[in-house]
Write a protein that binds this ligand. Structure first.
Ligand SMILES: Cc1cc2nc3c(=O)[nH]c(=O)nc-3n(C[C@H](O)[C@H](O)[C@H](O)COP(=O)(O)OP(=O)(O)OC[C@H]3O[C@@H](n4cnc5c(N)ncnc54)[C@H](O)[C@@H]3O)c2cc1C
Length: 247
């Protein structure tokens, strides 16, 4: 710990110079999935049950999960008292599709951990445990171990007049209420395929422009990288703007 502090304050280097969760991956759960729908977080930290880090033990963990869950939760009023806490039901893993993606995510995570590059770091598999690979045991593990990645959004989505589920209009004004706007992750109409802090900040900056009556920024088409569909052949070259990579 002391050495990490010295390295950081002396040279802005060492283990304290990274956020410990800077390695990840976005994967497709099936060849039919044209958009990555699984996210991996790699943690160079040993976690005990309930995702509690154990600083005295060496280890790593890959967190996997669906990015485009089809289950929908809800937020409801508990009573007519504004001071009462809300009833929040995330309703995780309520659809077969989410189970399919989660099982595939677990299988891909285990496959990644089986790669030779990890071998020198393997002593014992604590989670899920070598006897848990698929079927009922895996489902049981998912039920026990799955936790939120803390990216709730979309509880009062932006949308057009025609959209009965839209709570705010394109200017983020609450429909049917005067002088009230919502500017946070809750207006997202669908889930971004990533951690949502950057998207929330972008949304807030856009809202500031709206409030200040600033014109929209000129449209740009920055390059984006994606692999349209897994064809069974991998390439080191990522696809650009949805074009298939040269394999
Ligand atoms: C543990 C954790 C880890 C996360 N890690 C990441 C990450 O690594 N990367 C990433 O991209 N995202 C991450 N997120 C998600 C990200 O932080 C949130 O999605 C983002 O902050 C949402 O922004 P927001 O403005 O919608 O809400 P918030 O940031 O929650 O802002 C809501 C604000 O409203 C205030 N507030 C609440 N009630 C009232 C009230 N009655 N009156 C006045 N003020 C009120 C709160 O105090 C708060 O300041 C994480 C979230 C959590 C909880």
């Amino acid at each position: 710990m002391l050495w990490a502090g010295i390295q950081w304050f002396g040279a802005k280097a060492g283990v304290a110079s990274v956020n410990q969760c800077h390695v990840g991956a976005f994967l497709n759960s099936s060849p039919e999935t044209v958009h990555p729908d699984i996210q991996f977080h790699f943690f160079p930290v040993f976690f005990d049950k309930d995702w509690i880090p154990v600083p005295t033990t060496y280890g790593y963990r890959i967190g996997v999960g669906p990015m485009r869950p089809t289950s929908r939760g809800n937020v409801r009023l508990r009573s007519n008292k504004a001071t009462d806490p809300l009833r929040i039901d995330p309703n995780y893993m309520a659809t077969d599709e989410d189970w399919r993606v989660m099982r595939e995510a677990m299988s891909l995570g285990l496959e990644a951990a089986r790669q030779p590059a990890f071998k020198p770091y393997h002593y014992r598999e604590d989670t899920p445990g070598i006897h848990i690979r698929e079927g009922k045991a895996m489902d049981e593990f998912i039920r026990e171990d799955a936790a939120s990645a803390y990216h709730p959004c979309g509880t009062c989505k932006i949308g057009t007049q025609e959209d009965a589920m839209a709570v705010v209009d394109s200017q983020l004004r609450v429909r049917g209420v005067q002088n009230l706007r919502v500017i946070d992750a809750s207006v997202m109409p669908s889930l971004p395929s990533a951690n949502i802090n950057a998207a929330t900040i972008m949304l807030a900056e856009k809202a500031c422009d709206l409030l200040l009556d600033k014109p929209a920024l000129t449209e740009q088409a920055p390059a984006y990288f994606s692999r349209p569909a897994y064809t069974g052949q991998l390439s080191d070259q990522p696809a650009v703007n949805g074009e298939a990579p040269n394999v």
